[in-house]
Design a protein around this ligand. Structure first.
Ligand code: KIV
Length: 294
């Protein structure tokens, strides 16, 4: 798509069910971001993402969206110790996690690591610009490339990572001019987040898109309000439980068995006129097959 000049859409995903719906919506790339530390685990920084869980979530997303390119974020400290550690953990993402590409937050100094991973047959995406895994050193989430000097550094990082073999680049939180400069200096597809519209692809944290985060970044515009919808559904459930009107269908004993047990059989409809489970259940969606109970 990048070669044809057609923008491609990427979203984060951390579970199979959401991934299934995102694939049905036509999203081209799913990123199992280390933002799962915040979105799934409730930490306030991405550096708290555990490696084993990241691999397990990657596999879950692949199972939910088997026809979509899955990119796995390598968590903090999972590739920094040595090239051997980077190859070993990236290989786990590809085998156990079934990832198609792994992403590293990296500057030019990581070029030898990317080279080594590429030689091992691991497709790498180099994440440049704002790198949330380094906020403890940089002092916070910073826009990358606001000055000419910083912009030159970010472009140099991208160029070095591409030369080392990166098959994709990602730029986070940078002015559009920095994106333009990277695109002029590199040839692999560039995914942007908060980096203008020129990138080949765009990514957002899915909860920001769905209106589920309380303080989304300025570049993220929600296109749905699932936070409010979830709250309303929850309060509907609370009310229905309190009214003993839980919806759905009940299971029933076989004909005459309640009497044999010495208790009175219930009517086949309960409050609200709900049908019993003896009637055929509606067909579940394919991936919910395992939950069929009749
Ligand atoms: O972890 C993540 O969600 C990311 C995106 C912000 C690109 O790395």
């Amino acid at each position: 798509m990048a070669g044809r000049g057609v923008p491609f859409a990427c979203l984060t995903a951390y579970d199979a069910t959401t991934a299934r719906w995102l694939e049905r919506g036509g999203v081209h790339v799913l990123l199992v971001g280390d933002s799962a530390a915040q979105m799934v685990l409730g930490f306030d920084r991405t550096t708290d993402m555990p490696l084993d869980l990241a691999i397990a979530l990657t596999a879950a997303v692949k199972r939910g969206a088997p026809r979509t390119l899955i990119m796995a974020d390598m968590p903090f400290a999972s590739y920094h110790e040595s090239d051997e550690q980077a190859v070993r953990n990236a290989a786990r993402f590809m085998t156990e996690g079934m990832a198609d590409v792994v992403k590293l937050e990296a500057d030019a100094s990581f070029a030898p690591t990317v080279e080594r991973m590429t030689r091992a047959g691991i497709p790498v995406c180099g994440h440049v610009g704002c790198r949330p895994q380094t906020v403890a050193v940089s002092g916070g989430y910073r826009i990358a490339g606001k000055t000419a000097e910083d912009a030159r550094r970010v472009v140099a990082d991208a160029v070095a990572l591409e030369r080392a073999g990166a098959v994709l680049l990602l730029i986070e939180a940078a002015p559009a001019e920095v994106t333009d400069a990277i695109m002029a200096a590199t040839s692999v597809p560039l995914i942007g987040i908060g980096a203008g519209t020129a990138c080949h692809g765009q990514v957002l944290v899915v909860q920001d898109l769905l209106g589920m985060t309380d303080s989304p970044p300025r570049f993220a515009e929600a296109v749905a309000q699932l936070g409010l919808a979830t709250r309303d559904a929850a309060s509907t459930w609370v009310r229905r439980v309190s009214e003993r009107n839980i919806g759905g269908r009940r299971y029933v004993m076989d004909e005459g068995e309640a009497e044999r047990l010495g208790i009175q059989s219930r009517p086949t409809t309960e409050s609200g006129g709900e049908p019993s489970a003896r009637e055929p259940m509606s067909r579940p969606t394919t991936s919910d097959e395992a939950r069929r109970d009749e």
